[in-house]
Design a protein around this ligand. Structure first.
Ligand code: SF4
Ligand code: SF4
Ligand code: SF4
Length: 372
């Protein structure tokens, strides 16, 4: 081996560990989704760490002399700078030390495992919530006591700029055995065995790790087979150009809010995951004058109606909560506590509720109105 090829070989070997450190830092920063200045900073720290370790290695007993024979039978001494596996792992680990606290390692492991949990479903502590709702019918009087149409429905309509005639949470008046009625607000039940998801041919409706059923209107082809499959009749179709206020057309589409509505697609209650992540309760819960609706996390076993906190399990068990159409095995995430508004003074014989209105229906330019 001549002198020039030997020095090239040594250079490559010498640069090897450094290259390994640079690549590992870059890989972790990329896996962490870190871009721009923070990413560059982390890579720089990673490289700096690697260089420091490399410099220490050079001063340690990490070189090895190998004696070989050249073509003439003479001895040829080649100095190899070796990096063993343990050292490589140590360098990789030291680089990761800087990136790990910023979430890089868990995310890198997720990617390596082939799982990519959508960022929007992750809490700051990487806990996966299991959202659920409890509707306490003892407190629901259909908003008769405040003399208005159901405020939960109205708030959802206005919060999501829903086209007429959509009522994602619809307050039905249900005949009681004997005499009189009760009011029962019914949003999408966010079934854990959802027939709608099971039949969608294009995967436009899907379950999230947090147990929600969402719809991507940009993927929906409008076949409406999910509507036929839903046993709770909680899906709505945009038959025409949706009558929505002008500002809805300017909104950037977000499948967690489903704004703006798109003609020829299906929509429904989304459980407002964007709101709860931002630290507020869904519109319907905020608007209820009687605090009849609780929203919570089954995983943590806690729910709130905005005024009080309850243990979901204890509260449901104590008041004999039920689910709708249990016999179908759809496993809803909405639980009901039996009642007919008696806790807020309603008597069953006081029937009737005021109809929901869509404030912008008559003023939205170019919008169609249809019936379900
Ligand atoms: S849940 Fe609350 S807001 Fe909705 S109808 Fe019943 S009382 Fe009114
Ligand atoms: S209530 Fe209907 S739309 Fe909602 S998840 Fe269940 S089947 Fe699907
Ligand atoms: S949870 Fe959100 S989308 Fe569902 S009914 Fe309430 S406000 Fe509407």
């Amino acid at each position: 081996m001549n002198r020039s090829s030997r020095s090239l070989s040594e250079t490559i070997r010498a640069v090897g560990p450094l290259w390994l450190a640079v690549m590992s830092s870059a890989l972790l920063a990329a896996a962490a989704g870190i871009r721009g200045l923070p990413g560059l900073l982390l890579i720089t720290i990673g490289v700096g760490t690697a260089v420091a370790v490399f410099a220490r290695l050079r001063n340690r007993q990490t070189s090895q002399t190998v004696v070989a024979h050249d073509a003439t039978g003479g001895n040829l001494q080649v100095l190899l700078r070796m990096i063993d596996r343990r050292t490589a792992i140590r360098m990789f680990g030291m680089s990761a030390l800087f990136i790990g606290p910023m979430g890089g390692v868990p995310r890198a492991l997720e990617l390596l495992a082939g799982q990519q949990v959508p960022e929007e479903t992750q809490s700051p502590f990487s806990r996966i919530r299991q959202w659920a709702m409890i509707i306490d019918l003892r407190y629901c009087d259909g908003c008769q006591s405040v003399g208005s149409p159901p405020r939960c429905t109205a708030a959802c309509v206005e919060g999501h700029l829903l086209p007429e005639p959509m009522q994602w949470i619809e307050v039905f008046e249900d005949e009681l055995e004997g005499e009189g009625t009760r009011f029962i607000p019914i949003p999408c039940q966010h079934c854990q065995n959802p027939p709608c998801v099971n039949v969608c041919p294009v995967g436009a409706t899907f379950s999230t790790p947090e147990g929600l059923v969402l719809i991507d209107q940009e993927r929906c082809i409008g076949c409406r087979i999910c509507m036929a499959a839903c046993p709770y009749d909680r899906r709505f179709f945009n038959w025409g150009e949706p009558p929505v206020p002008p500002e809805a057309h300017l909104a950037k589409y977000n499948l967690e809010a489903q704004v703006p509505a798109l003609k020829g697609t299906v929509m429904k209650c989304d459980f407002c995951p964007d709101m709860v992540r931002a630290g507020t309760l869904p519109y319907c819960i905020q608007a209820c004058p009687n605090q009849a609706i609780y929203y919570g996390d089954l995983e943590e076993d806690i729910a709130t109606n905005g005024r009080q906190l309850v243990s979901m399990a204890a509260f449901s068990a104590e008041h004999n909560a039920f689910i709708l159409k249990e016999e179908l095995g759809t496993q809803p995430r909405v639980f009901y506590i039996p009642g007919h508004g008696e806790a807020v003074g309603r008597v069953p014989s006081r029937t009737g509720r005021l109809p929901t209105v869509w404030p912008w229906t008559r003023t939205a330019p170019g919008g169609d109105v249809w019936s379900r």
